[in-house]
Design a protein around this ligand. Sequence first.
Ligand SMILES: NC(=O)c1ccc[n+]([C@@H]2O[C@H](COP(=O)([O-])OP(=O)(O)OC[C@H]3O[C@@H](n4cnc5c(N)ncnc54)[C@H](OP(=O)(O)O)[C@@H]3O)[C@@H](O)[C@H]2O)c1
Length: 235
Amino acid sequence: MENKNFLVVGASSGIGLALAKQLQAKGATVFTASRTQSEALKALGLPWLELDTKADVSALEAFLPAELHGMAYCPGSINLKPITRLTETDFLTDFQVNVVGAVKVIQQSLKKLKAAGSSSVVLYSTVAASVGMPFHASIAASKGAVEGLARSLASELVSSKIRFNVVAPSLTDTPLAASLLNTPEKREASDKRHPLGRVGTADELAAISSFLLSDESSWITGQTIGVDGGMGKLR
Ligand SMILES: NC(=O)c1ccc[n+]([C@@H]2O[C@H](COP(=O)([O-])OP(=O)(O)OC[C@H]3O[C@@H](n4cnc5c(N)ncnc54)[C@H](OP(=O)(O)O)[C@@H]3O)[C@@H](O)[C@H]2O)c1
């Protein structure tokens, strides 16, 4: 990963933070962005841009180098409610953070991704986009859109040698999932629901993301890869 530039949007916590660390450890030059800079991110000493992907993202232009070899878009949401309680605003907000935010960052970085000669973009879905789960209507709708977006762009930009892949986690121990894992009972129930007997870690999700950003995955594009303790495929 030496002499390569990567952008991790949403690097202040969870999977994005673990990914920024792993890329840095592999010798990459890592640019980070999020709304806030956590102490853990600050400690890495990486270039950081204060960025809210719901707002204007044009500051990325001056922040990023001319060539960008890869980008991961990590902002997401877990907004679980019965359909009777989901509002139009819930659906629009989830879509804005998960889909439109990613689109804006991709559009803003496109010239630099093309300039690198070959590059890779990683987006995040959820196991709930392909396996029906109660109360997931809004997030599943948005993440289904993320998967479609990635496949479409993978095709549209294949001639520019930009790969697009999606990682689809099941429940992973990050700040985003804290409210689902904040008691021993909830954690045990969540662990038991997974065929492999436990929820995921940020490092596990970062490892596959780092692989997808690297040249080791240079023949993989347009894929959604389940990293989910078996939730997506096993009974
Ligand atoms: N954790 C899970 O169980 C799970 C399961 C399925 C899918 N996923 C997906 O995996 C991805 C990573 O999730 P995670 O668990 O690592 O989440 P996380 O711990 O909440 O991290 C999300 C990161 O995105 C940043 N962020 C959020 N909204 C933003 C915005 N509007 N603009 C810029 N940055 C923003 C956050 O930092 P700031 O708050 O400082 O901006 C943070 O750095 C997400 O797409 C999520 O939907 C996670």
